[in-house]
Design a protein around this ligand. Structure first.
Ligand code: BGC
Length: 518
């Protein structure tokens, strides 16, 4: 494997010797099982809420409405309770992510992932055994806590163990497993929808599989060197760094992490420091990229794809089948991104995909506006065209705003605020997924096809954001971002002007603690 050769801000060449070791690859794949949990849940809830036997048992009103032939196409699934079932998970995930960020900093990335898998396991069991809506929601809350802990720890973990040159591709494995999770869930739903009356229990209980994979696999993985050094375990940190880099000469990288950690020890309140001017560039970009990820309209397409297809007059089976087809596109798109993200960079992918998604979503909106009226069924060839456009949309998402929504926030924060900053970005994902999930059916009912045009407008804004405000982070070592990225950016460099003291205006302890770094 080639050694990494880097050039620092002063133009001098710097070498961080590193190989892409099996250790890193295996740890990445195991950790990415956190994505499998997240994806499985997204796919399962979308499918289960379209199943008659599930609706009949827990949401009888929706069931009755769905089968009224005269029910309005845009409104037949509109139920606050049904939306709450889907989105209650995100409320728990918000709390889980906040606590997870503290756990990540104080206990490490690895235990945080283990807690995530335990929560998810309990949630899966509760859901599979649900006798009433209370148990169902309690299960969703546990699943949500698991996702909160997991989505906080996994991307950070991968970004910290990856050598800079391969960080993008490795981190994208998280999204790859999200999409594989969704696809698996679709296959499971397709099979269980035929098993009356308990198919849905198998679907929901299946969530235990990815949780077990993460739980058992996590016994084998290392803790990240940065987290070990951050918690005073310097020798173990150095040992782990040598092991995962596959070379003995890791002094420069170790020194760099140690310096970052030394400074981070003087930070009193990571969350308070996030509000400082010098944290603003990362905070704004990290949070916005996750908000924008949701404003692509992805959750609309994902969570309710089967519902959307049924709204267009495809039967229950046909719509599950087409959701299956469209979801095969996403892993392929993300695989493509894994190959190119460290070559073309992050921004090129974001900009290209925003345009592609704008066009496809706009076209879906036009077809629905023209051809789908309150109670008719759309002609089959238009329904097929919508499926093709959904595929184009999903491919764009899968190589851009989807994976990069997790990658970029996990690599831009300096270590002293990394865990706290990343948690804010992840919480934004949950808040906005919740808002979109909670409002989409109502929006579809009232705005009808206009819903899609609203997301088109957002895509235009996002494209401009990526062009003007998002710096390129490809290949830059994670602990050098402030110097080499933010302080060089035409807009964001203003946040460092007045206090270029090395502290960057951060609030530090009056009396710095004894330096405990070896
Ligand atoms: C997003 C989810 C989305 C999924 C689709 C994730 O990155 O956060 O909201 O449903 O990708 O693949």
């Amino acid at each position: 494997m080639p050694e990494l050769t880097l050039v620092d801000g002063s133009g001098a060449r710097r070498d961080f010797p590193a190989k892409l070791t099996w250790q890193v690859i295996v740890c990445t794949v195991i950790a990415a099982c956190g994505g499998l949990m997240f994806g499985y849940d997204i796919g399962i809830s979308g499918g289960v809420t379209g199943m008659d036997m599930f609706l009949e048992k827990f949401f009888p009103e929706v069931y009755v409405k769905k089968h009224q032939t005269k029910a309005n196409n845009y409104c037949k699934f509109n139920s606050q309770l049904l939306q709450l079932f889907t989105s209650s998970l995100y409320l728990a995930a918000i709390v889980g992510c906040f606590i997870g960020s503290i756990c990540c900093k104080k206990r490490g990335r690895k235990p945080t992932m283990q807690i995530a898998s335990l929560f998810f396991l309990v949630g899966a069991i509760l859901n599979a055994a649900a006798l009433n809506i209370g148990m169902l929601i309690a299960g969703r809350l546990c699943l949500g806590a698991g996702i909160g802990f997991g989505n906080q720890a996994v991307p950070l973990f991968i970004s910290e163990i990856a050598p800079a040159r391969y960080r993008g591709g490795l981190n994208l494995c998280f999204q790859l497993l999200i999409t594989i999770g969704i696809l698996t869930a679709n296959v499971v739903n397709y099979a269980t929808s035929k098993l009356h009356p308990y198919g849905w229990r198998i679907s929901l209980g299946g969530a235990a599989c990815p949780a077990l994979l993460l739980l058992l696999g996590s016994v084998m993985i290392v803790e990240t060197p940065a987290s070990l050094i951050e918690r005073g375990k310097n020798e173990e940190g150095l040992y782990t760094l040598k092991k995962i880099r596959g070379v003995d000469n890791v002094d420069k990288e170790y020194e760099e992490i140690s310096q970052a950690v030394e400074f981070s020890r003087q930070i009193r309140h990571p969350f308070k420091n996030l509000l400082k001017r010098s944290s603003r560039p990362q905070l704004v970009c990290g949070a916005l990229i996750q908000i924008f990820q949701q404003f692509t309209g992805i959750s609309v397409v994902m969570l309710y794809a089967p519902v959307l297809f049924q709204t267009m007059g495809l039967g229950e089976n046909a719509s599950l089948m087409s959701a299956l087809m469209t979801n095969t596109v996403k892993p392929i798109g993300t695989l493509f991104a894994i190959v190119v993200v460290d070559r073309f960079g992050r921004r090129a992918l974001l900009i290209e995909a925003a345009i592609q998604m704008f066009i496809s979503l706009g076209a879906i909106g036009v077809i629905l506006a023209v051809h789908l009226h309150s109670t008719n069924v759309v002609a089959k060839h238009y329904a097929v065209l919508v499926i093709v456009l959904v595929c184009v949309f999903l491919a764009g998402f899968a190589w851009s705003w989807g994976p990069l929504g997790w990658l970029i926030p996990s690599e831009i924060f300096p270590i002293e605020i990394r865990s706290a900053g990343f948690s804010v970005a992840v919480i934004m994902n949950f808040v906005f997924t919740f808002l979109v999930a909670q409002t989409f059916l109502t929006m579809l009912c009232h705005l009808r096809a206009g819903t899609f045009f609203l997301y088109c407008a957002m895509l235009a804004v996002m494209c401009l954001f990526a062009i003007y405000f998002l710096p390129e982070t490809k290949g830059i070592p994670i602990d050098e971002m402030v110097e080499r990225v933010w302080k060089q950016h035409w807009f964001w460099k203003r946040c460092y002007k007045d206090h270029d003291t090395g502290k960057g205006g951060l609030e530090i302890q009056d009396k710095p603690k004894e330096n405990t770094i070896a």
